[in-house]
Design a protein around this ligand. Structure first.
Ligand code: AMP
Ligand code: GLY
Length: 429
């Protein structure tokens, strides 16, 4: 094993709490920093308010603290080229370059890559004006899916059941609801099937898949309500059989890695494929250029190997040397969000009972949007806590997670009560 490193994690959500929790367990890490971090991450890392949009400030900090690895959690700094700018200064950073991160930064770009390199995905058209978008809907009919092209925090996708809803979505996006991210749209065919998340580490060439997972995008039980960043996840996803994983690797991941190389944007980091498993096979819904949130929490909860050497191998192009060992159990994360999320919600409410709810061996509460103030934990975001549990079965993981939630005293919060329902139905035959 190489020499020890100081690590800086960029971000402050549940994903970054999980990353810090895991990195902290590494035998290779001296000091761990996180910017900005949150009330939970403070238990794992030294948190500081660095402005990650100012790449010079981040680079100066890295030099001052002798940082040997920067891990960029969220998509925005990746799309804005933080990794490129750190690398130019000789600082090792985990995550794709801005060019490669276009796979998340522009949905239209990704669709064009899929078309050019025969990656299975829904039929689509990019539209650059409201008239063009409405004309396309007139021609295709509904149901149909409308997507703002750029980054919209998971909220820029509208599944329109009727032409009217589709026209309203077009008007909303071209009316500026998502700012520049809505300067163009992707309109695509609605896919039917079961969703799954397939993530892999990539060093430009070598690919190491991570454990499979499934997210729950809708805000309310029975997959009702608006789309969110994700209300809960579990790993593994039973729909991702070994044969299905192989098919996804051959038809989607490998071609995408080769495609980005051919386009001159060699992909390094974690590539997240959001999939729809349809009757005719896996279809790509979207790529993300970072760990999923809350998928990261359940994946890392099951990872028994050290993550830090793998992240360094991604940067150094030596991922062929890395093999991961996974817990055979099931991990589940239930998101507790502030009432009102994903629309407006109250901030600054007090959360109690967290200490009693966590259990050292099988339940851990990752913080997604909290701050500590005067000895109390305050909710500061929409998604606030990720109650994560490990069990031998999905049912056991679910019972442990919801058992912990009962001990949490936060009247202003809510969670879905049916995370894992598909897998539990399967388990119960
Ligand atoms: P995205 O941000 O592209 O992952 O879309 C958010 C969510 O919208 C996905 O997780 C799906 O639940 C849904 N979605 C996106 N595209 C489609 C599609 N073509 N067909 C059906 N559902 C979709
Ligand atoms: N959980 C979905 C995402 O991270 O995009």
């Amino acid at each position: 094993m190489g020499k020890n490193v100081n690590v800086l994690v960029i971000g402050g959500g549940g994903r970054e709490h999980a990353l810090c929790w895991k990195i902290r367990q590494s035998g290779m890490v001296d000091t761990l920093y996180c910017a900005p971090g949150n009330g939970g991450i403070e238990g794992e890392a030294i948190c500081l308010p660095l402005d990650s949009a100012d790449h010079g400030v981040v680079a100066d900090f890295c030099r001052e603290k002798d940082i040997g690895l920067v891990v960029v959690g969220p998509e925005a700094p990746l799309v804005n080229g933080l990794v490129d700018d750190l690398e130019k200064q000789g600082i090792k950073a985990f995550g794709p370059s801005a060019g490669a991160a276009q796979l998340e930064g522009s949905k239209g770009y990704t669709k064009d890559i899929c078309a050019k390199y025969s990656i299975p995905t829904a039929a689509y058209k990019r539209c650059y004006s409201l008239d063009e978008a409405n004309a396309y809907i007139e021609a295709t009919g509904a149901p149909i899916v409308i997507k703002a092209d750029g980054l919209a925090a998971g909220k820029g996708v509208i599944i329109a059941e009727t032409k009217e809803q589709a026209r309203a979505a077009n008007a909303d996006i071209f009316g500026g609801r998502f700012g520049e991210a809505g300067n163009s749209v992707v309109i695509e065919e609605m896919l039917v099937g079961e969703e799954a998340s397939y993530l892999a580490l990539i060093d430009g060439k070598n690919i190491v898949p991570l454990a499979t997972s499934q997210d729950h995008k809708r805000a309310y039980d029975n997959d009702q309500g608006p789309n969110t960043g994700g209300m809960g996840a579990y790993s593994p996803a039973p729909v991702m059989t070994k044969a299905m994983c192989n098919q996804v690797m051959e038809e989607i991941i490998q071609p995408a890695v080769a495609a980005m190389d051919a386009e001159g944007y060699s992909y390094k980091g974690v590539l997240y494929a959001g999939l729809m498993i349809t009757d005719s096979g896996p279809q790509l819904i979207e790529f993300n250029c970072r760990f999923g949130d809350p998928e990261c929490q359940v994946i890392l909860f099951r990872l028994e190997s050290d993550l830090v050497p793998a992240m360094l191998a991604v940067i150094d192009g030596t991922l062929d040397k890395i093999k991961f060992k996974w817990s055979p159990g099931v991990a589940m994360a239930v998101v507790m969000a502030a009432k009102g999320y994903p629309a407006s919600y109250q901030k600054g409410t007090v959360i109690r009972g967290l200490r009693a709810a966590g259990k050292p061996d099988d339940v851990f509460i990752f913080h997604a949007g909290t701050a500590r103030k005067d000895g109390e934990i305050l909710a500061t975001g929409g998604r606030v806590l990720n109650v994560t549990a490990l069990g031998k079965t999905v049912t056991e993981a679910r019972d442990r997670a919801y058992g912990a939630i009962e001990k949490i005293d936060w009247p202003e919060g809510f969670c879905r009560s049916d995370i894992g329902w598909r897998a539990i139905e399967r388990e119960n035959g």
